[in-house]
Design a protein around this ligand. Structure first.
Ligand code: FES
Length: 148
């Protein structure tokens, strides 16, 4: 059901953790499964994402998706990173079962939420975020209150 790459990123996830004093933090949840993903970004003066960490309270596919997304994002500029789609995450993982596609969406959304936080703090504007609603998919019944 899961290929070796997915299993590797699930069993040995990269970039797990927290960044103290991050440039931006994003947290998103999925209403239907209740899974939550939080991404921390450290961005330098050149708009390069020099560090990224994540915490995922969720299924194995969500953990594998977050892990590979952080590997793909680290070292990119913010604008480059915002081009990352859940399809890119899926392709890099070598695919997920159809019922697990939404898990890769969580990674894309968490990144956007973290960049939006950064943009709000710095007054920067990223056209890629136009129309992005960070509360999309949030569970409004307390799940997003969980602190890792
Ligand atoms: Fe919800 Fe995977 S089952 S993120």
């Amino acid at each position: 059901m899961y290929n070796d790459k997915v299993m590797d990123h699930f069993m040995n996830p990269r970039n797990v953790g927290v960044i103290e004093n991050p440039s931006g933090v994003g947290e998103v949840g999925n209403v239907s499964c209740g899974d939550i993903m939080k991404i921390y970004l450290l961005i330098d003066d050149n708009d390069v994402i020099v560090d990224i960490k994540f915490k995922t309270f969720g299924c194995g596919s969500a953990i594998a998706s977050s892990s590979i997304a952080t590997v793909m994002i680290k070292g990119k500029t913010v604008s480059e990173a915002l081009k990352l789609t859940n399809k890119d995450v899926l392709d890099e993982l070598g695919g997920l079962p159809a019922v697990k596609i939404h898990c890769s969406v969580l990674a894309e959304q968490a990144l956007k939420a973290a960049v939006l936080d950064y943009a709000n703090k710095t007054g920067k504007h990223y056209p890629e975020l136009d129309g992005f609603e960070p509360d999309d998919g949030h569970d409004d019944h307390g799940l997003v209150q969980i602190e890792f």
